[in-house]
Design a protein around this ligand. Structure first.
Ligand code: GLN
Length: 306
């Protein structure tokens, strides 16, 4: 294979990935070779006839081997694009999915409407957002990057995930305190009131974990396993959010399309109104939101009961 060109290496690499049953062999091979050559996909096409050095070939072979062994492209590259930003990812967090951009879009729609109602300098400004289970920080950091005036807090139960989220915030926002990161489970350690609480919690039913693609099964179980019906984390978020929302504030949750009716019923039972579902890029119901009726519900200081 002396003198193999970039185009030939790409074809051979894609064929290898295809024969292993990988869904997007050409895209994956292009991303892996592009990373090594520091070229985007257009640049790769232009470089098709360029011979590859032995070093490049060997690096490409190593990347292909990792992909064949079941690592996803994001892990091999060490980063994943989300909302146009490059997030560092690793085995400690769920790789940000395009589906989750729907959560950010729904959040921006609500924030912009609310911002128009309560302009800067108004009683409730600046608007504040809390993300539960931030993982790589993709949602929280994107919101802060896209609406710099927002006050953004984000929690996670996993210390290694929070470390990564903090470094993503530092790198992408240019400052360490752009997002206020909080270590803890769900609402533990969360003080104050927010205009929006949002989460992409683990929502895969435990029994289905084994049926996920091999790449997904290697991601942290704590970010995927939602218990027997997938709603084990969604239930306490729905129950707890009203305590942390300002009047008229919204809860937004990502979940599986098939879970939406059950979540809508839970929201209704807990007194949420204006329940709304948002579709992802494939047109599937992916995000659901609602506004608790009444003002913020505070626990009775004596009984601890809502
Ligand atoms: N949509 C994810 C997947 O199955 C699940 C993410 C989650 O549980 N939050 O890839």
């Amino acid at each position: 294979m002396a003198g193999i060109t970039a185009g030939e290496a790409l074809k051979a690499g894609a064929a290898l990935l295809r024969s292993a049953g990988i869904d997007t062999p050409f895209l994956d091979a292009s991303l892996l070779l592009g990373e090594i050559l520091r070229l985007d996909r257009a640049g790769l096409i232009l470089a098709e006839g360029t011979p590859l050095s032995p070093e490049t070939r060997s690096l490409f072979d190593q990347s292909l081997k990792r992909r064949l062994s079941g690592e996803c492209v994001a892990w091999i590259l060490g980063r994943r694009e989300f909302r146009g930003l490059d997030f560092i990812v690793g085995p400690q967090v769920l790789v940000p999915r395009p589906d989750t951009e729907t959560l950010v879009e729904a959040a921006l729609e609500f924030i912009d409407l609310r911002g128009a109602k309560f302009p800067e300098g108004g009683l409730l400004a600046p608007l504040s957002v809390l993300e539960i289970g931030t993982g790589s920080g993709a949602v929280a950091v994107s919101l802060k990057a896209e609406r710099p005036a927002l006050m953004v807090s984000a929690s996670d139960i996993s210390p290694p995930a929070l470390d990564l989220a903090r470094s993503n915030a530092q790198r992408l926002l240019g400052k360490a305190d752009g997002v206020n990161f909080i270590s803890g489970s769900l609402f533990d350690g969360i003080a104050g009131f927010f205009d929006l609480v949002l989460s992409n919690p683990p929502y895969v039913p435990t029994a289905l974990l084994e049926t996920l693609a091999p790449e997904v099964r290697r991601e942290p179980r704590i970010a995927l396993d939602g218990g027997s019906d997938g709603l084990d984390l969604i239930r306490p978020i729905i129950a707890g959010a009203p305590e942390h929302l300002r009047p008229g504030g919204m809860l937004l949750l990502e979940a599986d399309p098939g879970q939406m009716p059950a979540i809508a019923a839970l929201l209704t039972r807990q007194g949420y109104r204006n329940i709304r579902v948002f579709q992802d890029l494939s047109g599937r119901d992916r995000v659901i939101g609602g506004i608790p009726s009444g003002g913020p519900r505070q626990k009775n200081a004596v009984t601890g009961i809502l």
